[in-house]
Design a protein around this ligand. Sequence first.
Ligand code: PEP
Length: 247
Amino acid sequence: MKKKLIAGNWKMNGGLAANEALVKGLLAGLGTPACDVAVAVPSPYLAQVQGLLSGASIALGAQDVSAFASGAYTGEVSAAMLKDFGVRYALVGHSERRQYHGETDAVVAEKARQALASGITPIVCVGETLQEREAGQTESVVKRQLAAVIHVNGHCISEIVVAYEPVWAIGTGRTASPEQAQQVHAVLRAQLMAATPHADRVRLLYGGSMNAANAAELLAQPDIDGGLVGGASLKAEDFLKIIAAAQ
Ligand code: PEP
């Protein structure tokens, strides 16, 4: 059976002092987790958090990766650079990147490819907006987003992690019900099964206002293999409760 993965997404939050306090709080309460744990931190703090996590059972993650390998792309951070700082996972295609930075499915797929080429596991985020859900387009949207990645990375699709994050549930306090989440996860699993015999190995995370109170029920769904956690990953106590729910 695959281990669950609980990944925190700090987004554009934190600072040297706050990061240190948060990581120390996590390490103080973590023990030996039964699930895999990661934190995706802002790029300037990768070195700091790498140091704080040294020898700990929390993996380092990035929140984005360039679609280019190197060169004249001012402001971009390549997968190889992330690898230099011990990055194990990189979020790609988070809805905030798609929404505010115009990332298309093709760009997201290229980012996933770059990450894989450097030995970094991409956590590919997919999810529908409220408008799309209300128009009955949830399935077609997430299938299109996942198909772009399957298509580009055909041979190594089993090495990715997929996060289903309904856009209307991110940072809103409005979580998808366990049934709503499971329904979409089952669609994604079926799509992966059709693409690779190793689809069972792919971890499908749920993200969108996951917290200490709702995590256990979400994580008990058959096709939910972990969580991508934003707001609740910024407090050690809350994040530790979610990790405990994934045991
Ligand atoms: C996220 O940023 O991926 C996320 C799920 O945020 P939140 O948990 O705050 O909804």
